[in-house]
Write a protein that binds this ligand. Structure first.
Ligand code: 13P
Length: 261
């Protein structure tokens, strides 16, 4: 079964809810419907924007998907500042990012935390986008493949094979995030293929064939074509370029196989 490419825009801590509405409208207006048959396009705004984005998508029956950038490990309770799985599910979220390198770094999230959050996302009927990626130091030591496959297997620990089908994996080398230094298409393919092989080893080839593995790190409309042309790269997790409506539309169109008309 062919995997449908996914382009997911991780807005990080950018855009208030009014700016979110303007950006979603711009992308929805500019990207012709026929492209959505070839590529799934999702936006991942900050929590404060999600209700506005949901209302727009549902009200105008837009084909865009939406999701969140993080989730609490708990369903409810005394966890000041956290946002729970049931809350995100109620907002119609399709995807939730877990284990982004910025959360691993700034919020000390370990593989165990990533694993608990991944389970929460699945428990509430959403799809986790599980991020892995190596630092420059690890890459220079040549242990990037082992580092990333370990992060993935630890992050998915205890899941049933059937649950793994729902997971999206994102390979984001830390040295390529927000730096303008995109990994070469061959670098991306090497790690994405290794991640799929690790999934095949643990959960079977049929499941590994279904799971989408994205690349993230300085993806733009000018490099998405080559990245997505790799056999194990099924799309992209896009940061900076997802904040510009024209650029994100162009990038999504390129991922669907052709430039905008
Ligand atoms: O971290 C990223 C997406 O999650 C990548 O960010 P940039 O596309 O800005 O490099």
């Amino acid at each position: 079964m062919a995997r449908q490419p996914l382009i997911a825009g991780n807005w990080k801590m950018n855009l208030n809810h009014l700016e979110a509405i303007a950006l979603v409208q711009k992308v929805a207006f500019a990207l012709p419907e026929k492209y959505f048959a070839k590529v799934e396009v999702a936006v991942l705004p900050p929590f404060t924007d999600i209700r506005s984005v949901q209302t727009l998508i549902d009200g105008d029956k837009l084909l865009l998907k939406h999701g969140a950038q993080d989730i609490s490990e708990h369903d409810s309770g005394a966890y000041t500042g956290d946002v729970s799985g049931p809350m995100l599910a109620k907002l119609g979220c399709d995807y939730v990012v877990v284990g982004h390198s910025e959360r691993r770094e700034h919020h000390a999230e370990t593989d165990e935390v990533v694993n608990r959050k991944t389970r929460q996302v699945l428990k509430h009927g959403m799809a986790p986008i599980v991020c892995v990626g190596e630092s420059l130091e690890v890459r220079e030591a040549g242990s990037h493949v082992a580092h990333c496959t370990t992060q993935l297997i630890e992050g998915l620990k205890g899941l049933k094979a059937e649950q793994v089908r729902q997971v999206v994996v994102a390979y984001e080398p830390v040295w390529a995030i927000g730096t303008g230094k995109v990994a070469t298409a061959q670098d991306a393919q090497e790690v994405c293929a290794a991640l799929r092989a690790a999934l095949a080893d643990k959960y079977g080839a049929e499941i590994a064939d279904e799971v989408r593995v994205l690349y993230g790190g300085s993806v733009k409309s000018s490099n998405i074509g080559e990245l997505i042309g790799q056999s194990d790269v099924d799309g992209a997790l896009v940061g900076g370029a997802s904040l510009n409506g024209d650029e994100f539309t162009k990038l999504s169109a390129m991922a669907a196989g052709g430039p905008l008309p």
